[in-house]
Write a protein that binds this ligand. Structure first.
Ligand code: HEC
Ligand code: HEC
Length: 287
């Protein structure tokens, strides 16, 4: 498909033209994000070197949201996702499994895990594979607590991830893409640029070539994941990274990969690395 056909296809799936003029919904793209009046976020910065020839600048999805949605993330009292962080704290302190341990038994406080969110997914030497935070939590749950693995996007898992993100807010995303993680990263990149579905669209079609444009009333972002998990006004709950990937692929009318599949783990590493230089913002608010 050429560019025009693609734009038309995009319009048909969206039931409206790609470049609608949703002026009233328009975001303040130049706004700065300071949370609770003192936690300064990097919502725009130079793209990491590996994106040379693709993007000059990277932007947090926050910059594309409406003024109202932006405001909700600026204060923890207005951020509905913080209720789930509270629930995450409860789980953190509750013993489960045959060992009688809670997360707190070993990690003491969530703040001890504040460095985690910015550097995951990460190569795990012992296991010889790239691990996402979800996998790392389940390693602790099954091997150190003697409990059943939590479902990939289960409420408890996503709440724990929101908690770990929240204590890591403000740290600069710095996911390693060299060394033993390289092969997985390259697989993720391949998936990112593969055109799927009858509409023949890749992640890049929307999030690299068309960010800033409108699809339906939705202002297309770069599809960054520094804000995950995200509270979506649309479904009024916290959403995991992989459930968002699934939704996006489904919108192109393609068969999607499963949450927790090797493909999505690789894609998560790759997409995370496209945000190297932004700050951890989760749990964020999106529409
Ligand atoms: C019995 C002790 C123990 C319990 C209980 C435990 N963990 Fe861990 N956790 C560890 C150890 C040890 C490591 C380091 C493992 C490694 O480096 O591979 C770790 C690593 C982690 C990491 C990655 C840290 C990093 O710097 O990369 C996260 C995140 C984590 N645990 C979350 C949790 C959560 C959430 C729970 C509760 C559901 C939990 N853990 C329960 C012992 C525990
Ligand atoms: C047909 C266009 C389209 C395609 C193709 C597409 N997306 Fe999206 N995506 C959207 C729209 C619309 C949104 C909601 C507005 C926004 O944040 O861009 C979105 C949102 C996202 C978000 C949430 C961003 C945030 O800040 O919360 C992520 C992450 C994402 N997409 C990743 C992907 C990935 C990875 C792929 C490829 C597997 C992909 N998308 C393919 C249209 C698309």
């Amino acid at each position: 498909m050429n560019k025009m056909q693609k734009a038309l296809a995009l319009g048909s799936v969206a039931a409206m033209a790609l470049m609608g003029t949703a002026a009233t919904l328009s975001a303040d793209e130049d706004a700065d994000l300071v949370i609770n009046g003192d936690l300064e976020m990097i919502v725009r910065t130079e793209a990491p070197d590996h994106l040379d020839g693709h993007l000059d600048m990277i932007y947090s999805g926050w910059t594309f949201r409406s003024d109202e949605t932006q405001a909700m993330q600026m204060d923890d009292f207005d951020n509905p996702a913080m209720l789930f962080v509270e629930q995450g704290i409860e789980i953190f302190n509750t013993a489960m499994g045959t060992e009688g341990n809670s997360c707190a038994t070993c990690h003491e406080t969530p703040e001890n895990l504040s460095e985690v969110r910015a550097v995951y997914p990460q190569w795990d030497e012992e296991r010889g594979e790239v691990q996402t935070i979800t996998m790392q939590i389940n390693e602790c749950v099954t091997e150190r607590m003697g409990a059943e693995a939590l479902g990939w996007s289960s409420r408890d898992m996503v709440n724990l991830e929101a908690l770990i993100a929240s204590v890591g807010r403000g740290n600069v995303v710095n996911v390693a893409i060299d060394g033993p993680a390289r092969e997985t990263w390259e697989m993720g990149r391949e998936i990112y640029y593969t055109e799927y579905g009858i509409l023949e669209m890749s992640c890049a079609t929307c999030h690299e070539q068309n960010y800033g444009n409108y699809i339906r009333a939705d202002h297309l972002s770069q599809g960054q994941i520094n804000g995950f998990p995200t509270y979506r006004l649309k479904n009024a709950r916290l959403n995991s990274t992989h459930s968002r990937f699934r939704g996006c692929i489904r919108d192109t009318r393609a068969e999607t990969f499963a949450e927790g599949s090797p493909e999505f783990i690789a894609l998560e590493l790759y997409v995370a690395s496209r945000g190297n230089g932004l700050t951890v913002e989760g749990p964020s608010v999106r529409n």
